[in-house]
Design a binder for this molecule. Sequence first.
Ligand SMILES: [Fe+2]
Length: 318
Amino acid sequence: MTMATAPLIPAMGEYNVSNHLLGDPAGLKAAWDRDGYWFFRDVLDRQAIAELRQIYMDYLSELGVADPQDPEARYNGADLSAMPKMVNETAMNERRVDRVLHRDPRIASFFRRLFGCDPFWVPFTVHRQVPPAQDRCARRLEFIHQDGTYNDGLDFLICWIPLAEITPDVGGLALVEGVHRRGSLHRKDGMRILPIAEEDIEVERWRSTHYRPGDVLLMDLNTPHSGITNHSDRFRLSVDTRIMPSNGNVPVVGAIDAVGAEGVTIGGRALRFDATSFVRGLRGDQMPLADVPGRYRIGQEVIAAVTGDIVRNMRPIQ
Ligand SMILES: [Fe+2]
């Protein structure tokens, strides 16, 4: 006798697609205010996306886990232990693959149309090459969180780009629609920030889709979201980066010239800390300002969100 098994993920509604709002700033703003995201279908240059995907495939080939010419990016079953466990410690990040994306005029042209000005790419990127999950019995939402809880003061948009077809069995990304104005949904255990509990989310607000190359999802920093575990035989290939209009309050990005407990000089620009400055360690933790000179060094590349010359948030570039 077979037992009916409960689904391992909430039923996902489809995104509101915003293609028809391009060129309509008021309509775009209304959609963002209502939903906390924009999803655009087939707007990024597919050749540019294919070139980026090939860099990922070459990396998987170097690790011996996939054939670089396989259009399906199937996992060949070889040992995965050489793949870094931390998503921000992959060789892709060390090689600064994101600069390929950030400097590509074919990609920039879409965002110029969207923002009405050049995009400003924040050099904080995570490359994902997610292998098929071993455990097919666990709940499939990996880590429900709001990036804003860890990045207070940064005004950028989360920009998530599928580099290949991502069907529901491959997983991808799911988000919670229309709750980005409700503040942090994370519970705390003392100073420790806990992941958002699945039972704290209204089940009918979950959204995801069948992603294809050329699609792009832009999210508010306070839109809760999660990866979905991969139940296919393929790698899930996606890039998670940050963007904002260049006419906004863009962060200071560069190497540290001098650093102390009172302030920091980045690329020749002198900035101060005050009691509200959120200075991050490498794992997203907030550090006391007295610890900053010991944890940040001259020459290190950082991103600092500022108001005037006051640092609101500072973090290392991985
Ligand atoms: Fe995130």
